[in-house]
Design a binder for this molecule. Structure first.
Ligand code: SF4
Ligand code: SF4
Length: 342
């Protein structure tokens, strides 16, 4: 499919067209001073002034909390009923290339063994429209983890801003192609000269970081006890903000909520940074100090994800650095490990 164009002034038309089709339109909005993804009703709610929203759009494929079954306690026993899962179509507009890439990581987890349909059905119904970054900040490091603002992995449609206030739209997937066809009244082919594209901004790769050195160092089991872990992570107090804002973090817990007579079984986000995350019923906790919990987060990103799922656990979005109240910077740990394994 040839590149198509979308006028920024016609985003309202696109939103109406999407809503008329019965789908939800999600995009970046300013909320209490932060840019976050939200379901929106009109183009006036959208902002274009952001590096990357503070929160991820993973909540539309992996909700923060959801009912997975209901139960009733009767004289005969417990009746457990599944829920009818029929998620809506969702269009996410204004995603960034790094977090679009995270969908492949999430999918690899939720299709490990049996498919988790609570995830796969939602992901099947989401259309991701990425806008190439024309601004970055000091926390962006996608190019250090082999991605870039031009990466199209995970996007269905990839947009580049033009100097005449339009977007050039390229369909990346069949779903993206179908989306452009379905909303053909909003997209148009350029008739005059080729438009000038606004330049993408790429963060400089962090020179001191070498992913292969990190992998090799983590593969040595004696490094599990390295003094580096407690030293570099001592300021972490386990708030979990890094995990909740991370597009690839996927841990959840199942809880039963209700009365002695019945209730709901819920799937809730959990965070490996919480002190009770691995607490056993016996009271024993194999990750009984914060540095062990932080070490697990790092190993998950750079060892468990690549080893088990052959995907990346970190897309370099920098969210965990921006939201951390004590500025624990994951790239500093990556850099030190790369250096000591020289
Ligand atoms: S670990 Fe941090 S930088 Fe990497 S994907 Fe998660 S939030 Fe983004
Ligand atoms: S956001 Fe910072 S303080 Fe909170 S758990 Fe993550 S690393 Fe620790």
């Amino acid at each position: 499919m040839k590149a198509m164009y979308l006028k920024k002034a016609e985003l309202g038309k696109l939103i109406s067209s999407v809503q008329d089709s019965g789908a939800l339109f999600v995009g970046p909005v300013v909320d209490a001073g932060n840019v976050v993804y939200k379901e929106i009703g009109s183009a006036s709610e959208l902002t274009g002034d952001y590096i990357i929203p503070v929160t991820t759009y993973k909540q539309w494929v992996f909700p923060q909390t959801e009912v997975v079954a209901t139960f009733a306690v009767t004289k005969e026993g417990v009746d457990l009923d599944g829920v009818d899962l029929d998620p809506p179509d969702v269009v996410v507009f204004g995603a960034r290339a790094c977090e679009a890439a995270s969908l492949a990581s999430l999918r690899s987890v939720f299709t490990w063994g049996e498919d988790d349909e609570f995830y796969t059905r939602r992901e099947d119904r989401i259309t991701v429209i990425t806008v190439g970054c024309t601004a970055i900040d000091d926390e962006c490091f996608c190019t250090t983890v082999e991605l870039s603002p031009a990466s199209t992995t995970g996007s269905d449609i990839y947009l580049r801003e033009t100097t005449d206030d339009e977007y050039m739209a390229v369909a990346v997937t069949k779903k993206g192609e179908a989306f452009i066809k379905a909303h053909h009244g909003v997209f148009h082919q350029k008739r005059a000269a080729e438009p000038e594209l606004v330049e993408l901004k790429l963060p400089e790769p962090i020179k001191g970081i070498k992913k292969e050195k990190i992998s090799a160092w983590l593969a040595r089991t004696d490094n599990y006890q390295s003094e580096l872990w407690p030293r570099l992570t001592r300021k972490c107090f386990g708030c979990g903000a890094c995990t909740f804002s991370c597009p690839t973090c996927h841990c959840f817990d199942i809880t039963d909520e209700g009365t002695a007579f019945g209730g709901e079984r819920r799937k809730n986000w959990d965070a490996c940074q919480f002190d009770h995350f691995t607490a056993h019923a016996s009271g024993h906790n194999p990750r009984d100090t914060q540095f062990k919990r932080w070490r697990n987060r790092f190993m998950c990103k750079f060892k468990y994800y690549p080893d088990k799922f052959k995907t990346t656990g970190c897309v370099g979005c920098g969210r965990c650095i921006r939201v951390c109240p004590v500025r624990l910077d994951i790239t500093e740990v990556m850099e030190e490990i790369s250096q000591i394994s020289e």
